[in-house]
Design a protein around this ligand. Sequence first.
Ligand code: PEP
Ligand code: MN
Length: 263
Amino acid sequence: LVSRSAKPDNTVVRVKDVDIGGGSFVMMAGPCAIESYEQMLEAAKAVKKSGAKVLRGGAYKPRSSPYSFQGLEEEGLKILNAVGRETGMVTITEIVSSSHIEKVSQYADILQVGSRNMQNFELLKEIGKSNMPVLLKRGLSSTIEEWLNAAEYIMKEGNPNVILCERGIRTFETYTRNTLDLNAVAAVKNLSHLPVIVDPSHGTGRRDLIAPLSRAAVAVGADGLIIEVHPHPDMALSDGAQSLTPEEFDNVSKEVNKILLAL
Ligand code: PEP
Ligand code: MN
């Protein structure tokens, strides 16, 4: 179902008035974690002004350490929902358990399956039984084939609204948090009709590399970007080192638009 031979035309996942895939380039942005209403509103207004159509923010954070901030849970979902409605933005948030599908779908427009859950097959099957748009992040050590098989799990249950997201993979390199695999973006665009979004924030882990990798992602043929933006990155409760200020995001957005015009 995911392969181009099964469906030659590019899939467009329509979420409210936003098309993902099929030629339109979409910017998704917002903080790693939802921390407060004020933080989300400030971030949302800024990224919207810079052209982002989709607002991101995690309410359930799968952190490497159990002692790190775990997210505001349902309170966070309510904040995301309120800010999404107030700004007229489409919202995306991570889902970590199949028991949360109904709850998360009630508050957010797109379900994000995180890297750590890419092979949580029971979660994938349950999301497949819903009709919710889903952004499927590549597992941190997953091959392209494993990633596409994960998408197949969702589609097999009847949900065609799958968006793929390359977010970097683990390699021997430690200078960057992950290695953003732009090979995979080009390969998956050949292999599949599904939209592919690039996440240079988790792909590099470094604020100074977001702009160049965003430019590269556009040039390689991605259908959009998802970028972490925080009003005050130094005070962020998670992923501050890779979060852009609203001004930095505005610059990235302008550079992206220049490349889009040149293509
Ligand atoms: C995130 O988007 O904040 C996140 C946890 O991403 P990933 O699943 O790619 O690590
Ligand atoms: Mn993050």
